[in-house]
Ligand binder design. Structure first.
Ligand SMILES: [Fe+2]
Length: 396
């Protein structure tokens, strides 16, 4: 890798390959603009060099103005873009049905989780049916994951969290060529993996500040409680209940409750951890806003490297892109778009639906661009939809 002196870095620089602080810490993604605060942080840490395999594609904020004019986004003769437009249309037409399916699913899950924790009958087949519907919808609609952006569902936070995590787990299972029955079981087990949380007092579960030792211990007991409830009350087979037990075990052995590591943890629980962690980061909670999907993915890739199974994390990245499905991004030609997904082997070059032109005005027709093909374009930054004036639910 080439070394770059920190003293020669300038705000506004953009590279065509990631820039690393060292072998395990990422500074910048390709196409991401270097900020003054990044340089200040490196200097504060006493770091004098960073490294990259790439080169500078944009020098500074001033030089940005001299970039060549944008490429046309929509190539009507391009079969890939026509397929994207058709797949997007399929999702768009189905989104109200998807929303009502998720609302009904949330009601079923909430009722069963409460019944389970109160020792009342648990409807195994209703939840298995819900898992099957989620699998079919996600696997038949390429851009289904957009459904979780800007959707207003009335459900307890924990219930909606597990539905969303189950959807991301389904997407990963698709990348790993799981069969349908295996995917359905995975999804079922992710839906119910937090069954133990319903027995944790609300003031501990929803506490905004730092947890005390006893509170942390109570919260960390939910995998064992959930596993017992699912085995004894719901009569689940151990392979399904194991996801509840192991979904907070980390690949490097630093998780809980048993400090299992690597292959000691069931693959389904390793998938559940990734889906659960990503979902938790992007969700808004009473005491904090949700992270942008891009920031959540960056955090998963750079900070928690020992926590996740690297093979599964790659599958997740290959399905969602570094700018995960539903991200609002600005392109190098100043247009703004929403990411839809990517080719698994090109997670830095997602497919976008363009939302605003270079003057910030909406397009009069649906307009798509595939960054894999439009090689002169790159993403400059991920944007907060609210700050960018985008109402995702209305826009989709
Ligand atoms: Fe959990």
């Amino acid at each position: 890798m080439k070394k770059l002196k920190v003293s020669e870095l300038k705000p506004g620089m953009v590279f065509d390959q990631p820039v690393y602080i060292d072998s395990s810490n990422l500074l910048l993604q390709s196409g991401q603009e270097l900020q003054a605060k990044d340089i200040e942080r490196l200097m504060k840490w006493g770091i004098v060099e960073v490294q990259t395999n790439g080169g500078i594609v944009q020098q500074t904020a001033q030089e940005k103005e001299t970039l060549p004019p944008p490429l046309p986004a929509l190539d009507p003769g391009n079969p890939d873009i026509s397929k994207v437009a058709a797949d997007y249309d399929t999702f768009r037409k189905a989104r109200f049905n998807i929303k009502s399916m998720i609302q009904q699913g949330a009601d079923i899950l909430a009722a069963n989780m409460i019944a389970l924790s109160e020792g009342k009958p648990f409807d195994n087949s209703a939840l298995l049916n819900l898992a099957g519907k989620l699998v079919d919808e996600i696997q038949s609609k390429r851009f289904f994951l957009l459904a979780f952006h800007g959707m207003r569902i009335k459900a307890p936070t924990q219930v909606y969290h597990n539905i969303q995590a189950a959807a991301y787990a389904t997407a990963m299972a698709g990348s790993m060529n799981y069969t349908r029955p295996r995917t359905q079981e995975l999804v079922f087990s992710v839906l119910v993996m937090d069954a133990g949380m319903y027995q944790i007092p609300g003031h501990v579960r929803d506490k905004a500040g730092a947890l005390g030792d006893q509170e942390r211990a109570a919260l960390r007991s939910h995998p064992i409680i959930g596993n017992q409830l699912l085995l004894k009350n719901a009569k689940l087979k151990p392979a399904l209940a194991n996801v509840a037990l192991q979904h907070h075990e980390y690949f490097d052995g630093t998780g809980y409750p048993q400090s299992l590591r690597a292959a000691q943890i069931e693959e389904t629980a390793r998938i559940a951890l990734i889906a659960d962690s990503y979902t938790a980061m992007i969700e808004k909670r009473p005491h904090r806003p949700g992270m942008l999907p891009y920031d959540a993915m960056k955090t998963m890739l750079s900070i928690d490297t020992g926590r996740f199974d690297p093979k599964l994390l790659r599958a997740f990245l290959g399905r969602l892109s570094i700018y995960p499905t539903g991200s609002i991004v600005q392109l190098s030609d100043k247009r703004m778009g929403m990411t839809l997904g990517c080719r698994p082997e090109k997670p830095l070059r997602p497919i976008l639906r363009l939302l605003r032109d270079e003057n910030g005005l909406p397009f009069s027709q649906l307009n798509f661009v595939d960054l894999f093909q439009a090689s002169d374009l790159y993403i400059v930054r991920a944007l907060d939809p609210v700050a960018a004036g985008i109402d995702l639910e209305a826009e989709i």
